[in-house]
Design a protein around this ligand. Structure first.
Ligand SMILES: Cc1ncc(COP(=O)(O)O)c(C=O)c1O
Length: 434
């Protein structure tokens, strides 16, 4: 892997150590953080970067938000761990209360806390199976739900997430999801879903569907309202539970606590993680109280789920997500990001589509607007060029040809001006083969 900081630097030394000690299976870039704040990271060479990735959507409130840092420091000095099943603490309850307030609909709802997005997904599936007494789960093309055995089974992209790591979890069925830019319409996808229920599994055996309202790893595909409503209606007809995976799309990213509330649907269950912890690892499941109470005591939980320090951070982050002023800011911020991406698209033929919802946006890059041939190598080059120029970017998408923007929602005008200028320059140079 090329080191862009030259030989003899601290980066080069750390990269050599990384290669000696850290598993090659973990994808990394040759960049090491020293400190970070807001939407900026300073690396070990003292070089500043604008962060358009935000820990892949984990930093909606920015790096080191003062109130989160203070809450973490205060809690760490009191106690750092108990294991909620051994000794309870108020922070767990306060975190769940706020997370439940993010679940759209009238309730009553309840929740439980876990460590990661994948673990939240695992638990939502366990709850759905237990509560319905059914085994089958239906997931969707372009979906991503994590890297555990269940998470990767539900995920639709073999490379890099599942190739060579089977056998996969049983009783998982996959239906098409709309990808309008590439010709998969809502109607086709709904027909495909109905066909799964005819040709693969009887609806009476299906416990749940799991769908991201905006598919993240799949390329920031915002599911059309008619699709979400269509799937939800079929689920209701057959007693199938609807799980909304809000791990990447939730926590204010789209201007509301959940992305599904844009569509006026109250899911039976929802999964949360990433920005919920304000930078600390924490996740959870929310949903109908009767479902959350269905499993016998001890059937769910875990050693570190809802750790007190993570809860202290999450309480602050969730208060921000639930604040109407923050939500209004997130909506205006999303409009600003879209206008900037639309402007870039209007100047460059290689941008096939600008898409997403709220401030969860991406551009899909193509070699040719007519053929729509994916420009995956160019996206790789854009990411490298941008990093060399002080902007952190990341690709996404089934064809690895989208550039996603998950910049912290606290980024300043200057962060955005500088960041988008670097993005555009890098795009031009990548397509010119420079
Ligand atoms: C929609 C969705 N679900 C689940 C996950 C898995 O989360 P984690 O990486 O915290 O396990 C992700 C991670 O990107 C995600 O985007």
């Amino acid at each position: 892997m090329a080191i862009d900081q030259g030989t003899g630097t601290k980066t080069a030394a750390l990269q050599a150590e990384r290669e000696r000690w850290v598993s090659a299976s973990v994808f990394t870039q040759p960049l090491f953080a020293d400190h970070a704040h807001g939407a900026r990271i300073t690396d070990v060479e003292g070089r500043e970067y604008i962060d358009f990735v935000g820990g892949i959507g984990s930093l909606n409130c920015g790096h080191t938000p003062e109130a989160v840092v203070a809450a973490v420091q205060e809690q760490a000095a009191r106690y750092m761990h108990q294991m909620y099943s051994v000794v309870q603490y108020e922070g767990y309850i306060e975190t769940v209360k706020r997370m439940v307030a993010c679940h759209p609909g009238d309730g009553p709802f309840k929740g439980l806390l876990l460590n990661s997005g994948a673990e939240a997904v695992e638990n939502a599936i366990k709850i759905a199976r237990y509560a319905t007494g059914r085994d089958a789960i239906i997931c969707f093309d372009q979906g991503f739900h994590g890297r555990t055995l269940m998470g990767m089974t539900l995920t639709s992209k073999p490379m890099p997430y599942k190739k060579g790591m089977g056998p996969y979890a049983p009783e998982i069925y996959r239906a098409p999801a709309p990808y309008l830019y590439r010709g998969i319409s809502t109607e086709q996808a709904l027909d495909g879903f109905r066909k799964v229920l005819k040709s693969q599994i009887d609806p009476s055996q299906v416990a749940a569907v799991i769908l991201e309202p905006v598919q993240g790893e799949g390329g920031f595909l915002a599911m059309p309202t008619e699709f979400i409503h269509g799937i939800h209606a079929i689920c209701q007809e057959h007693g199938i539970l609807y799980i909304s995976d809000e791990v990447q799309s939730g926590m204010g990213r789209t201007g509301t606590p959940s992305a599904i509330e844009h569509h006026g649907i109250s899911p039976d269950l929802a999964t949360w993680a990433k920005s919920m912890g304000g930078g600390m690892p924490i996740s959870g499941v929310t949903g109908r109280a009767d479902l959350l109470d269905a499993v016998h005591p001890g059937g769910l939980g875990g050693t570190f789920g809802g750790n007190p320090v993570a809860c202290a951070a999450a309480i602050v982050a969730l208060d921000q997500v639930l604040d109407p002023d923050f939500q209004a800011h997130a909506r205006a911020f999303g409009d600003d990001l879209r206008a900037r991406l639309d402007a870039i698209a209007s100047r460059h033929e290689c941008v096939g589509e600008v898409r997403g919802l709220g401030a969860m946006l991406a551009i899909e890059l193509v070699k040719d607007r007519a053929t729509k041939e994916p420009a995956a190598e160019e996206v790789g080059r854009i990411v490298t060029l941008a990093r060399e120029r002080g902007l952190i970017l990341m690709g996404s998408g089934l064809y690895a040809n989208a550039v996603r923007v998950l910049v912290p929602l606290v980024a300043t005008e200057q962060d955005l001006d500088e960041g988008f200028a670097i993005l555009e320059e890098s795009l031009v140079d990548a397509f010119a083969g420079r």
